[in-house]
Design a protein around this ligand. Structure first.
Ligand SMILES: [Zn+2]
Length: 131
């Protein structure tokens, strides 16, 4: 996997694109907050451009929970580092509350990123001749 292909994957992930063709939409609504509130977090079943079935097998999205855990641990580490740098005299409970609120506010984003990251581990980019 070259650096260019990794950059292409990340660009597709953050712009809500299909992992195979990078053209069709992955989520019905690309905005995680409005998708969760108004669409109840629904995602497209298949890519509208290449026809890729997103849920490859039943229980496929359980792996997305693992990705959600990884993303939240990274957010926790980032939150601790930032709060230690910004607030010198902060207590452990204030810091825990601040970081927890930060993680709850970012829940829709981590939900979107976890699923699209998980599927990108299994599907290679294939521009093909998709319509
Ligand atoms: Zn596609």
């Amino acid at each position: 996997m070259t650096a260019t292909s990794v950059i292409r994957k990340f660009k597709a992930m953050f712009s809500n694109k299909c992992p195979r063709c990078h053209r069709g939409k992955f989520w019905e609504n690309g905005n995680p907050y409005t998708n969760l509130i108004f669409n109840r977090g629904r995602m497209n079943e298949n890519c509208s451009k290449c026809g890729l079935k997103y849920e490859m097998e039943s229980g496929f999205w359980y792996g997305g929970m693992i990705m959600s855990y990884v993303i939240n641990v990274l957010l926790l580490i980032f939150g601790v580092l930032i709060s230690e740098l910004v607030f010198e005299e902060i207590g452990i409970w204030e810091e825990a509350g601040l970081i927890s609120a930060f993680m709850v506010l970012l829940f829709p984003v981590t939900f979107h990123l976890s699923r699209i990251t998980w599927i990108n581990f299994f599907v290679k980019y294939d521009p093909g001749k998709w319509q």
